[in-house]
Design a protein around this ligand. Structure first.
Ligand code: ME8
Length: 656
């Protein structure tokens, strides 16, 4: 019998800056579960995407001098590039600017209005523009600022549509406290006490103060405000109320929505309320994880404390990064990002633990049997316990994946890695290898080890999809051997299996050297990100890092003769858009200079002005016109600007 399809989603991310390790966590976690479920034979739909509307995007685009769509297009490319780099196997990528999504959102909004769940009212409160959130006074931080990004909030008031939440309060409370919807369930208490018990407040679902959003179809002064637009993505992406896809009945309700705690409330209360109002089935699970934190705060673009996944991936490989973030984060809790923890984890689990198990085993098959195991094998009582430990792994990992507890799944797998390394110590194959009468025993030990590696690597493949096929190559496992059906039993590899020594899977990292280097790189990246942020806040372009030309001596500089000169005549060079021909009084009888500044100055802007002339530059012809020297100008973000000098400085004066 074929299995029920499996549907898993990440949040749709704001394309308001470069994606960082924090975004990677949810996406890599969902990817691993999606891959695991595919391995189990499920028909999987793994959805991710971007949440592209809102005031923040509109403002950023205006600052960058592009349309909001042009702005988000650029960043969406960066997200997609990162997902491809991190081997994210999403099946669908939704953008809330996609026409089909807009069509569905308009219909959903209208349906909720027609059913009487949406009504028109007025909104007032403290508003944080960068976070696009209204906050109550008690939610503000100790300085009266936004509790999320700690920037100032302002009082705001506007006509708006509201979504009536109260009719769903009882059902939502039951959903959170009596079912397995919310994971971890311990978080239900805070939701019930903070939001449901005091009386569910109606939700503001439209805005009139900006335009970059889905227009309300029956009142075009309003655009749909973030949550109805954003949350609907989980169903519009399947074709709900649009003709683009026809998979709603196949995949809905979702099995797992995974999000971080900052958007738990929206997914635990508002999303179920919306679905109840639309009379749609509810998703099975909402898995809420904590934040990847750095220096005590959530890693986030708006705090500038972000770590670039490309920098880490280039140094340690994508799989090591995937493993590290998955292994550190327990469902519901935060996890601290630190280079030390990451490097130690990679060394202990991947280089010394699993990598070493594979390389030692393959090397021993090579050394003692020329790469191919003999079929004659001799078991020992110890083997049974070892085999049981390895074959017992599959149901454990299955269980943790079904509970969306990835950290625990990996912990179980690595317990068996440790068990296998211990089996090597217990059986001492190097001693068996010295004794010809022990060849059959040695073959049995090595075969058991290869079998354990086959099972472990197949179970690790959803988490580290690039490295595991290399392991299969090394241990001589075929695609069939690592199929899910073969992971609960031994004796699957051919009795006379042949191994192939290969590259080191996870090179050991020199901790002291690497930590200094990496801290330095990450610090520089973060400083650049923070400088860019404060420049953006001031509405400026971020300054590119300045790279100086190689050092020169004073004697080198003395070779350059800079003199003050006055422009006495100026005209455009014929058939050139770029060149102006200047006649200069240089205090030495006059000269002609051609300069590439026609795009920035009209001839009359220059006549009568004094400037700096490189007077001893070798003459050249530009577009057939003689040029004797060069005038000094600066490259600025607004184009080239000539360095004019004070009129009181006589022509011919030397500049030094
Ligand atoms: O909230 N640690 O988008 P967003 C762990 N568009 N996860 C992190 C993280 C961190 N430091 N930083 C971000 C939005 N994330 C809305 C969602 S859904 C209908 C709309 C992850 O770009 C985490 O999954 O702010 C969080 O929930 C998500 O990014 C929010 O990303």
């Amino acid at each position: 019998m074929s299995k029920k399809p499996f549907y898993i989603t990440t949040p749709i991310y704001y394309p308001s800056g470069n994606p960082h390790i924090g975004h990677c966590y949810t996406t890599v976690a969902c990817d691993s579960i999606a891959r695991y479920k595919r391995m189990q034979g499920y028909d999987v739909m793994f959805l991710t995407g971007t949440d592209e509307h809102g005031l923040k995007i509109e403002q950023k685009a205006a600052e960058a001098g592009v349309t909001p769509k042009e702005y988000v297009d650029g960043i969406v490319e960066k997200f997609k590039k990162l997902w491809s780099y991190m081997n994210i196997s999403y099946d669908r990528y939704i953008r809330t600017t996609d026409d089909y999504h807009i069509e569905s959102v308009q219909k959903i909004f209208k349906a909720l209005y027609d059913k009487g769940y949406i009504y028109k009212g007025e909104y007032s409160g403290k508003y944080c523009t960068p976070c696009e959130s209204f906050w109550t006074d008690s939610q503000l931080d100790e300085n009266g600022c936004c509790p999320e990004c700690h920037r100032p909030v302002k009082y705001a008031k506007e006509e708006a549509y509201f979504f009536k939440m109260s009719p769903f309060a009882d059902r939502i409370e039951k959903l959170l406290t009596e079912t397995d919807y919310l994971r971890p369930k311990t978080r239900a208490v805070e939701l019930v006490n903070n939001f449901i018990k005091p009386g569910l407040e109606d939700l503001c679902v439209s805005r009139t103060t900006f335009k970059w959003g889905v227009p309300v179809s029956f009142d075009d002064k309003h655009v749909v405000y973030v949550w109805i637009d954003a949350l609907s993505n989980y169903i519009t992406a399947l074709g709900y109320e649009n003709g683009k896809y026809n998979e709603f009945s196949k995949y809905w309700p979702a099995n797992v929505h995974m999000v971080a705690k900052d958007i738990m409330r929206f997914h635990a209360i508002i999303w179920p309320a919306m679905l109840m109002a639309l009379e749609l089935p509810l998703p099975e699970h909402l898995a809420v994880h904590g934040w990847i934190t750095m220096n005590g705060e959530k890693m986030s673009k708006s705090l500038g404390n972000v770590v670039d996944p490309f920098v880490l991936g280039e140094r340690y490989g994508q799989d090591a990064i995937r493993y590290h973030i998955l292994r550190e984060m327990a469902l519901g809790a935060d996890s601290l990002f630190s280079n030390e923890i990451m490097i130690n984890r990679i060394n202990s689990d991947l280089a010394n633990g699993f990598g070493n198990l594979v390389s030692r085993t393959v090397a021993m098959v090579d050394k003692y049997f020329g790469g191919t195991l003999p079929t004659e094998r001799k078991s020992a009582p110890l083997d049974d316990e070892f085999r049981a430990a390895v074959t017992g792994l599959l149901p454990e990992v299955d269980k943790y994946i079904d509970e969306t507890k990835i950290k625990q799944a990996l912990e179980e797998i690595f317990k068996v890695v440790d068990r296998a390394n211990k089996y090597i110590d217990e059986t001492e194959p190097w001693k068996l290898g010295k004794d010809d009468s022990q060849k059959a025993r040695l073959a049995a030990v090595l075969y058991n080890l290869l079998e354990s590696i086959r099972i472990i690597s197949a179970l690790l493949a959803p988490f580290m999809p690039t490295t595991m096929p290399k392991v299969w190559e090394q241990i001589g496992a075929s695609a069939e051997d690592v199929k899910y059906e073969n992971l609960g039993k031994f004796d699957v590899l051919p009795a006379n299996v042949t191994v192939h020594k290969g590259e080191i899977l996870f090179p050991r990292i020199d901790v002291d050297k690497e930590i200094d280097e990496l801290n330095d790189i990450l610090r520089k990246n973060m400083e650049a990100a923070q400088a860019k942020l404060s420049a953006e806040e001031k509405g400026e372009e971020a300054a590119a890092p300045i790279e100086l030309a190689p050092e020169i001596t004073i004697d080198d500089f003395a070779k350059v003769e800079i003199r003050v000169a006055k422009v006495v005549a100026c005209e455009k060079v014929k058939k050139s858009d770029k060149l102006l021909c200047l006649q200069l009084d240089d205090g030495m009888g006059g000269r002609q200079v051609v300069s590439g500044i026609a795009q920035y100055y009209a001839p009359e802007d220059l006549i009568g002005k004094k400037l700096q002339l490189i007077a001893n530059l070798k003459p050249v012809k530009l577009r057939g016109v003689d040029s004797n020297g060069m005038i000094c100008a600066a490259d600025t973000p607004d184009g080239v600007k000539v360095i004019f000098v004070d009129d009181s400085i006589p022509v011919g004066s030397k500049v030094r």
